[in-house]
Design a protein around this ligand. Structure first.
Ligand SMILES: Cc1cc2nc3c(=O)[nH]c(=O)nc-3n(C[C@H](O)[C@H](O)[C@H](O)COP(=O)(O)OP(=O)(O)OC[C@H]3O[C@@H](n4cnc5c(N)ncnc54)[C@H](O)[C@@H]3O)c2cc1C
Length: 483
């Protein structure tokens, strides 16, 4: 079936009858809710105003973690909850949840002395509700420098080595959506909730198909607002957020060679150098944000900050702007707390119903999305008295055959492009280059690859020359923004 016909069919399903649930937002939380609800046998639809994973869920640090920082803050409940979830994701989506060792070096000037870190990582292992993805250990100064050869040796006392998971955030969203669709959910990207009203026990939701600018009404017994950083502006939402921005840089792995990830500190802040194939990811910042939600950019000052912290820990590397292959910036949808520094705000989540059968779900982390979804769907079912099975998402694999999905980009080629367009709702060049494949972030010659990918997409999606050029220009704008 052609893509335009697929979209028309999806719109017909959304508007043709009554849904049990309409989900607003195709980030990780909305995807998780749609998957959970569909697997319980509910009639569920999801609309996403941009592409799936366009928001925060495609711009994270890509870690599945209990949160070492929260452990240091004594938030054991939060750490335990996320640690258990990280292991569940490792079980249901091993292709997107690889164990990753972290070396956390100890210096006398840092916030945490080695003896405290030693106890901390043991507690961290215990909080996984069984075994962690690997066993933590304490390593000597010599072993630390062997593992991370360029690390500042002066004053180094040794390190702890502990385990978390490495994922691919946008792929986690897309595979969750594929799983939701396989269970019967109807999903539409480039479709925005404009307004909604509650009449006779049903939500009448006006949605705009952005590919045609046409409006239609979707009727649903319950609405779940999972719009992340946008939640404050969605009609009927009562979510109050404090948004903070975090950026990441991608560089050649050879610039900071290490088999494991490395934890860097700046005051109480924790930063990471994360190995990613032949590249590394350096992140992140945490600063209050009040700009446009649809156009979040890394500023030069963010880049300078990350490079300066990295250069302090790796003085011989002399990292410079020219080392940066690509970058991304995302917004944390943190539950509002006007007091305290940006890094101190809780990463807990909240599920609330400000109006009958309208549910706001906000906060949380990528790592806890499955649990957030389970709790949300439980509450929707109970309140709307829906007839549904119990939650299955912790035990059913996300995908049976993840041929084009993994931690690393798929091989660049027509097969991947065809797959992403025909099976994963890609409409625009940036949908393929950025979110489906990460080619944009991984390859220095991403612009060249984009032109070739656009030629393949033009054939697959029947683009005219004008459309082809518009797509390359649209991607080029994203390209300049992100590098
Ligand atoms: C820099 C950074 C690093 C992070 N690192 C990690 C990490 O390593 N591990 C971890 O567990 N967590 C991490 N997080 C947190 C995690 O990424 C977020 O908590 C999570 O992605 C939020 O998902 P979401 O679905 O709520 O929001 P989003 O992914 O932003 O999704 C919301 C979606 O709703 C859509 N939408 C909004 N309004 C409408 C509307 N009216 N109609 C239709 N659609 C609409 C938006 O377009 C958007 O796509 C990080 C966050 C940041 C910013």
């Amino acid at each position: 079936m052609k893509i335009s016909e697929q979209r028309r069919a999806a719109l017909q399903t959304l508007t043709g009858g009554e849904l049990d649930m309409l989900v607003i937002g195709g980030g990780i939380v909305g995807s998780g809710v749609a998957r959970d609800a569909a697997m319980r046998g509910l009639k569920v639809g999801l609309v996403e105003q941009h592409d799936f994973a366009f928001g925060t869920s495609g711009r994270s640090s890509r870690l599945l973690h209990g949160g070492m920082r929260y452990l240091a803050q004594g938030r054991l409940g939060l750490v335990r909850e996320a640690s258990v979830e990280k292991k569940i994701l490792h079980r249901i989506a091993p292709h997107l949840a690889a164990p990753l060792a972290f070396i956390f070096p100890a210096y006398p000037s840092a916030e945490w002395p080695l003896w405290q870190m030693r106890i901390g990582v043991k507690i961290y292992d215990l909080l996984c509700g069984g075994q962690n993805l690997g066993k933590s250990s304490v390593i000597s100064k010599e072993a630390t420098l062997q593992a991370v050869p360029q690390l500042q040796p002066d004053e180094l006392r040794g390190a702890v080595r502990y385990f978390d998971g490495f994922t691919n955030d946008a792929r986690l969203v897309l595979d969750t959506l594929c799983s939701a669709a396989a269970a019967g959910a109807t999903l539409l990207n480039y479709c925005r909730l404009e307004k909604a009203s509650y009449q006779n026990g049903l939500w009448q939701c006006v949605v705009v198909d952005k590919t045609t600018e046409s409006r239609c009404v979707v009727r649903a017994r319950a609405v779940v607002n999972a719009s992340g950083p946008w939640a404050g502006g969605v009609p009927h939402s009562q979510v109050k957020l404090r948004l903070t921005k975090g950026i990441h840089l991608v560089m050649e792995r050879s610039r900071l060679p290490a088999a494991d990830a490395v934890v860097l500190t700046e005051g109480k802040r924790i930063l990471f150098v994360i190995p990613w194939g032949e590249r590394l990811i350096l992140g992140t910042t945490d600063t209050d944000y009040t700009g446009s939600l649809d156009d979040v950019r890394p500023e030069a000052s963010d880049v300078v900050y990350l490079l300066s912290v990295a250069n302090e820990f790796f003085p011989a590397a002399q990292l410079k702007m020219a080392d940066v292959i690509s970058s991304w910036a995302g917004l944390r949808p943190l539950l509002a707390d006007p007091n305290g520094g940006a890094s101190d705000i809780s990463r807990a989540h909240e599920i609330r119903s400000p109006e009958p059968n309208w549910w706001d779900v906000a906060g949380g982390k990528l790592t806890t999305y499955r649990l957030m979804a389970e709790q949300t769907v439980d509450r929707v079912i109970a309140a709307a008295r829906l007839n549904a099975k119990s939650c299955l998402t912790a035990n059913v694999p996300l995908l049976e055959n993840p041929e084009f999905s993994g931690l690393l980009p798929p091989e660049f080629g027509r097969d991947a492009v065809t797959h992403h367009c025909s099976k994963e709702w890609a409409l625009h060049l940036d949908d393929v280059m950025i979110r489906r494949t990460s080619w944009h972030y991984y390859h220095r010659d991403a612009m060249e690859k984009a032109r070739q990918a656009a030629r393949w997409m033009a054939e697959l999606l029947d683009w005219s020359l004008v459309e082809y050029e518009a797509e390359v220009a649209r991607y080029s704008a994203a390209f300049n923004k992100n590098t």
